[in-house]
Design a protein around this ligand. Structure first.
Ligand code: JFZ
Length: 414
């Protein structure tokens, strides 16, 4: 079982992933060809030669970038941590690296260290900062791995010594407290090599958490796939990284945005199972967050703010807890929260609640709702909550049930 030993991570529940790099200049299209895949992979998917892709740096001038407004937004959305791509698979460093000139300060007209700006904004707004770092794939270094391509003849160890480990040291020493390092796609990394990366991180920042994708089972927590929620309960620490459309990096042609109501459902569903939701934005080549991402997250954030008690610090409910079409449930000792996600009529029926209910309130206002407990014909207890007129036909609100015993308990549904 995975244990980060970090209270903040266990209670965080909601974070912001930021995929931003040179690929945002292409925005999913190169020389009239469009990528069918996630936009940050365009160099690999469209076989763009290194010397061609490198030229993007001279066009990268994100004058609209404002770390402070992004971090402030994340705070408004209720997020507790940010994970920013310090170097993605394309090998381009989004900070002032001393060991590779292929970085935003030295290779672009912008010349600003955006990681430094994120650090300062996070410190100002009391936001934890984590960093994505592609440890195995590096499509720029001749010895870095390239997925889907021939990697024979590469000296991966040489790349580790020359670029990966020195850059890790840079991001862990030059940018304040780093809450976590989000390693990814380990490919051919050996156990020895993974261990070395872990020891570099822990030597420099002992409290820094290591993501599940370090490889060789060494991560401090479990990372799932895009928007993937494991169906079996997982007792340890875990996180779901997720997109709002079908790409991480900016793609001008991807308008397949999720419905904010579905994002709210995903968040509380993940929380009810004990996980964190790491939701992605992909700023464009000017540094602007896509307006659709802001629109969705503003709506999700409003729900989170209004019902923060039912999100933050909640813990995994018993594995047989409800997963209903109209509701999701989260819980804390002595409290059970019903997130009503679809409009309901006069009464809510909650079978199989073993604990005696003391009180039912609308979380947002604290106003009490009438309820009764009856025995079903099978002998289980059923809680019936009567909805006041103003809640009927409404959705996305949360009810809090105070129970007598220490924790909300469910009986397995028949
Ligand atoms: C990886 C990256 O390749 C991608 O560009 C993005 O950064 C994403 C967050 O992580 O893609 C993966 C890697 C592993 C899985 C899914 C996407 N997985 O295990 O399901």
């Amino acid at each position: 079982m995975k244990d980060t030993k970090q209270k903040w991570f266990k209670e965080a529940k909601f974070g912001l992933f930021i995929h931003w790099g040179l690929y945002s200049v292409l925005a999913g299209e190169y020389n009239g060809r469009k990528t069918e895949h996630i936009a940050e992979w365009i160099m690999n998917d469209l076989d763009i030669p290194v010397d061609e892709y490198e030229k993007l740096a001279s066009q990268f001038n994100p004058v609209k970038f404002d770390a402070d407004s992004i971090v402030k937004k994340a705070k408004d959305w209720g997020m507790k941590y940010i994970v920013f791509t310090s170097k993605h698979h394309d090998g381009f460093a989004m900070y002032h690296s001393q060991c590779s000139k292929y970085n935003i300060v030295e290779a672009t007209p912008f010349k600003r260290d955006v990681l430094k700006e994120f650090q300062l904004a996070c410190e100002k707004h009391d936001m934890r900062l984590g960093l994505y770092y592609s440890q195995a794939q590096d499509w720029h270094d001749p010895d870095g791995f390239i997925a889907k391509k021939d990697n024979s003849g590469k000296n991966y160890q040489a790349y580790l010594d020359r670029k990966c480990v020195p850059q890790l040291r840079e991001i862990l020493t030059g940018y304040g407290d780093i809450a976590l390092i989000w390693f990814d796609t380990p490919m051919g990394t050996t156990l020895e090599q993974s261990k070395r990366l872990v020891s570099v991180v822990k030597e420099l920042q002992p409290d820094c958490i290591i993501s599940g994708r370090i490889g060789n089972g060494l991560g401090d927590y479990m990372t799932t796939g895009d928007n993937f929620i494991p169906s079996a309960p997982y007792e340890g620490d875990w996180e779901v990284p997720a997109t709002l459309n079908d790409t991480w990096g900016f793609n001008k042609d991807d308008h397949n945005w999720k419905n904010p109501d579905d994002v709210i459902r995903l968040l509380v569903k993940i929380n009810s199972r004990g996980g964190n939701y790491l939701l992605n934005i992909g700023p464009d080549s000017l540094g602007q967050v896509p307006p659709d991402s802001v629109r969705i997250l503003d709506k999700v954030g409003a729900y989170v703010r209004e019902n923060s008690e039912a999100v933050f610090g909640t813990r995994m409910l018993p594995p047989y807890a409800y997963d209903l079409e109209w509701a999701q449930f989260t819980g804390k000792p002595g409290k059970l929260y019903i997130h009503v996600l679809k409009p309901q009529k006069k009464e809510l029926y909650l079978p199989n609640i073993a604990n005696r209910v003391k009180k039912v309130t609308l979380l947002k206002t604290g106003g009490e709702l009438p309820f009764s407990m009856v025995a079903s014909c099978e002998g289980d207890s059923v809680v019936i909550i009567t909805l006041p007129d103003l809640l009927q036909q409404r959705q996305n609100y949360c009810l809090a049930i105070e129970t007598e015993e220490d924790s909300p308990l469910f009986e397995p549904l028949a």
